[in-house]
Every structure is written in C-alpha cells, then in structure tokens.
Design a protein around this ligand. Structure first.
Ligand code: DGL
Length: 263
C-alpha cells in the first residue's frame, strides 16, 4: 500500500483527495488542511512556502508518505520548486504542472482564461510555465479573490454566487476564450454555475481528474499500486473550526473524521 500525502490551505484539496480516492481505492490518503493559516490566496509567497515546508515535513518524516500532492494552486505556485528541491527522494506533485501539460498537448485549445487566487496570479507560475511550454498559446489570467471565501462560507448555487461569478466571468480579460481553467481547488464546487454561464460554448477544466490520473501513472511506473486496502485514510487540520467538518463533507462528498495536528 502506498501512503499518499495531500495538503491544502483547508478544505479545497479534498476535491483532489476525493478524485484520488475514487481512482486508487487501495492506497492510503494522509490529508492535511492548514485551517490555522487559511486562506493562503492572499498571503505572501514566503509565508505560504514556510507553511508548506512544515506540512511536507510532517507528511514525509512523521507520516512516512511515499509521495506528496500539493492540492492547492496557491501553494503549488509559491512552494513547488522549493519543496521539490528540499525533499529530494520523495516525489512532489504540484497541481499546476499536470494542468499545464494537459493544456499544451490539446491542440484544439487556442485561447485560455485562467481564474485563480491573487497569490497564484502574482506568482507568475502559470504564465511562465505556459509560455515556456507553448509560446503560441494565448492566455489571460484573472484574480478572483472573492470566490474561495465565498464557497467556504457556503455561498454557492444561489443568487449571491451567481452575481459574483457572472461579474468576474464578464471581465474583458476572459473575452473570446475557448477554455477556462479553474486554477483553485475550491472552484470545482462552482463548476456547474460557471458552465451555466457559458452554456457549453467553451471547455471548463479543473485539476481534480488530471492530477488523479497523474498520481496513478506515477504509482504504476514505480510498481506501487496496491490490490488490498490495509489502513484507513487519515485527515488532519491545524486548527479546529466548527465549519470545517461540515465543509469537509461537502468538498469530499462523504463524512471525514478530522484530527487536530498543530504545525
Ligand atoms: N485552495 C486554494 C488554491 O487552490 C485557495 C484557497 C486559499 O486561498 O487558501 O489556490
């Protein structure tokens, strides 16, 4: 059995954990939601990097995870290269690289819109990786800082979320795109509302299945896919918040038992 370490600033990464758990049901997931420091999306890179380092240390050294998935675009943008170089020997997977790989290999994609947190946008990570891999691709990236807190507060599939989402999607930066990337692990929860806005005119991409497929390929290559489940998944949060348990169930699709672990 492989131990897959997954972390996020909070509940958003559970959308990725769910996709991995569906695709690789016999591997053990060790999830860490950094609720004490959430949200990451408006914090300086250095701080996000520091939090990410402490979490990765916990997942590798204490929990003995075989690979780490940074299930947060903001932490991937701020800390992926740093973690990869600091924890050599354990595969570290960012959510950004598999999405970029997908975008540059689909030749039907010509003009991309990306929505993300302010820290992800300011890092320049998507911009640098897309330009380096396929300079002919047109893209624009828009910070949508209200979306993650809005979702976390339970405002989705309603009049308020519709108003905010439509306001962002109508911005000139997103005009005439053929593909929209939901570059935040919270956004799959509003994918349907976004799809309703575009009424099938464009492709809408999020990282969940793309990242789960990538993890499966890595484990297959290493011969690490298990046929039998041995231990239950573990879910940690760094600060108890009453809303977290309810939110975790919504993001994961079923109840999760959360343990407190301060870092
Ligand atoms: N889940 C984070 C991401 O994918 C955003 C939430 C936050 O701001 O912490 O970027």
């Amino acid at each position: 059995m492989s131990k897959i370490g997954i972390f996020d600033s909070g509940v958003g990464g559970l959308t990725i954990a769910r996709a991995i758990s569906d695709l690789l049901p016999n591997e053990q997931i060790i999830y860490f939601g950094d609720s004490a420091h959430s949200p990451y999306g408006n914090k300086p890179f250095e701080l996000v990097r520091e939090y990410s380092k402490e979490i990765t240390k916990f997942l590798i050294k204490e929990k003995k995870c075989d690979c780490i998935i940074i299930a947060c675009h903001t932490a991937s943008a701020a800390a992926y290269e740093y973690l990869r170089d600091s924890f050599k020997g354990t595969p570290i997977i960012s959510v950004i690289d598999p999405v970029v790989e997908y975008l540059v290999t689909d030749d039907s994609i010509k003009k991309i819109g990306i929505i993300a947190t302010a820290t992800t946008v300011n890092s320049g990570s998507y911009q640098e990786k897309l330009t380096r891999r396929k300079s002919s691709l047109l893209y624009s990236i828009l910070p949508t800082p209200l979306l993650a807190p809005m979702i976390e507060e339970g405002f989705y599939k309603g009049a308020i979320s519709k108003e905010i989402i439509h306001n962002y999607l109508a911005k000139p930066q997103l005009a005439e795109i053929d593909t929209l990337v939901l570059a935040c692990t919270h956004y799959p929860l509003i994918k349907q509302e976004i799809a309703e806005y575009y009424t099938g005119r464009i492709k809408i991409i999020d990282a969940t299945n793309i990242v789960a497929d990538k993890v499966k390929k890595i484990l297959e290559k290493e011969g690490l896919i298990s046929t039998k489940r041995e231990s239950p998944d573990e879910y940690y949060i760094s600060e108890y918040k009453e809303s977290f348990e309810k939110n975790a169930e919504i993001f994961f699709g079923k109840p999760v038992h959360l343990e407190l672990k301060e870092i």
